[in-house]
Design a protein around this ligand. Structure first.
Ligand code: ATP
Ligand code: MG
Length: 448
């Protein structure tokens, strides 16, 4: 029985009183993406399992240990998306976006599912803001997506994030590196975890990303890819750095960053915070020049990042970053009696048509109870109407923050409300702005 009232381990509700924070973060991400020319794409929460096996890579932790995979009633193997890139690439190919002007730039706010050990900053259902840029091999694109993430953090006033960048080369220079890695790990093969023993042959770089303490200890002294980069990859990495510097974006070169997904090539990066504990990576991404081809398209140099929104929220809360609070409703109508209710409905409709937020009590309680309810909702103005007010066509509008009451005609209510609330706003300006020049609002009166 208790199961019915308990959310699944590793999942989290966002309550109505808190959701403005999520909405603010999401809107900021989408707004910044738009400034850089990235348009939103929405793809399904589940895909064919094979898409992730091929796209994410079948030697990764994500595919080997973390996917929510099941057979549907038609016997297909289905997986809840563990990340956003594979689905975006699938859609890019299936819908022919690859035939439009390149690069194609997309972004998304999505839920992701990974069967991991839930802890601070690690959930089984979490949310990512991600972007993908399809069809640019230029280091300008690498610098652009890093700048985009940085702009989001700046706009949200997040501080103390370090940007760590690395290059993990291309398939041709990586072959040499794989050899060196195999040699290195072979010497200590017996100490590696079982998964990594298997990885040693198939994909030794994955060992660098293993979370087991012994493997990561061994990995500490492993050879680094930066020492093996071919000329082209080295030149690319130098340019990325030059373009970041041109935008005054500070970074550290960190040869340990390899990322957890198989598809990366050349540039990889993470934004890491030390204020939210062990799960400090708030954003990770990089270039994946081989992925589109791997999934059946033409070779298309591409890149992107995923930003963990729950971790971002933790970080913003830890740093006391400002969240603009949602505006309270403009008006609450306390209506008593049948005629007053009808009048209140009429006024509410007109108010909303003019863009004002307008509430009333659905339960038709006593005036006192309605007042109490209105108080809790915190509307800016209250209007009380009963039979007398309907008859006289006139009622009192009360400003809930100053307590000031003003007579208002019900017939032309919205107009009257507009004037009164505008007057309030202007009065506020006078208080805060000392000598506010009203001439700038209404013209300076100089015209002949
Ligand atoms: P980690 O090393 O922390 O497991 P990852 O390399 O698996 O991260 P990515 O696949 O690159 O992470 O996902 C991008 C971002 O999504 C991460 O940087 C992180 O902010 C967030 N993220 C990843 N897994 C989780 C999770 N289980 N819960 C919450 N956020 C997550
Ligand atoms: Mg992970």
């Amino acid at each position: 029985m208790a199961l019915v009232t308990k959310a699944i381990k590793g999942t989290k509700d966002v309550l109505p009183k808190d959701v403005y924070k999520n909405q603010y973060i999401e809107a900021t991400c989408l707004g910044v993406a738009e400034q850089f020319g990235y348009k939103e794409i929405r793809t399904p929460v589940f895909e064919h399992t094979e898409l992730f096996q091929r796209g994410v890579g079948d030697t990764t932790d994500v595919v080997q240990k973390e996917m929510y995979t099941f057979d549907d009633k038609g016997g297909r193997s289905i997986t809840l998306r563990p990340e956003g890139t594979a689905g975006a690439v699938r859609s890019y190919l299936e819908n022919g976006l690859c035939n439009e002007a390149l690069p194609q730039k997309v972004c998304y706010n999505t839920s992701c599912y990974r069967y991991e050990k839930p802890q601070a900053g690690r959930l089984r259902e979490f949310h990512q803001f991600g972007i993908e840029c399809f069809g640019s091999a230029s280091p300008l694109a690498d610098a652009e997506i890093i700048a985009l993430a940085k702009t989001i953090f700046d706009n949200l006033e997040v501080k103390d994030l370090s940007l760590e960048i690395n290059s993990i080369g291309c398939p041709s220079c990586r072959a040499e590196y794989h050899k060196a890695l195999k040699e290195y790990f072979n010497a200590r093969k017996d100490e590696l975890c079982d998964t990594c023993k298997d990885r040693l042959e198939r994909n030794p770089m994955r060992i660098l990303d293993c979370k087991s303490p012994v493997c990561s200890e061994i990995a500490n002294d492993a050879p680094v890819m930066l020492d093996y980069l071919c000329d082209e990859c080295k030149k690319h990495f130098d340019k990325v750095q030059e373009y970041l510097k041109a935008q005054s974006i500070e970074f550290n070169i960190n040869p340990k960053i390899v990322r957890g997904l198989d598809y990366y090539t050349k540039t990889v990066f993470e934004f890491v915070s030390s204020s939210i504990g062990a799960q400090g990576t708030v954003c990770g991404g990089g270039r994946y020049d081989g992925l589109v081809e791997e999934l059946g398209g033409q070779k298309t140099a591409s890149l992107g990042f995923g930003m963990g929104l729950e971790r971002l929220m933790l970080l913003m809360e830890a740093q006391n970053c400002p969240f603009p609070e949602p505006q309270a409703a403009d008006l609450f109508i306390v209506a008593l009696g049948d005629k007053a209710v009808l009048k209140a409905l009429e006024i509410s409709k007109d108010m909303r048509a003019e863009g004002f937020g307008c509430l009333m009590d659905l339960n038709q309680r006593s005036v006192r109870a309605q007042m109490k309810y209105a108080d809790k909702l915190g509307a800016k103005f209250n209007l009380v109407i009963g039979d007398n007010e309907v008859e006289s066509g006139c009622a009192k509008l009360k400003n809930m923050s100053t307590g000031e009451e003003t007579e208002i005609q019900l017939e032309t209510f919205v107009n009257g409300f507009y004037n009164i609330s505008l007057a309030e706003q202007l009065a506020d300006l006078e208080i805060n702005g000392e000598e506010f020049d009203f001439g700038t609002l209404f013209g300076n009166g100089n015209e002949e």
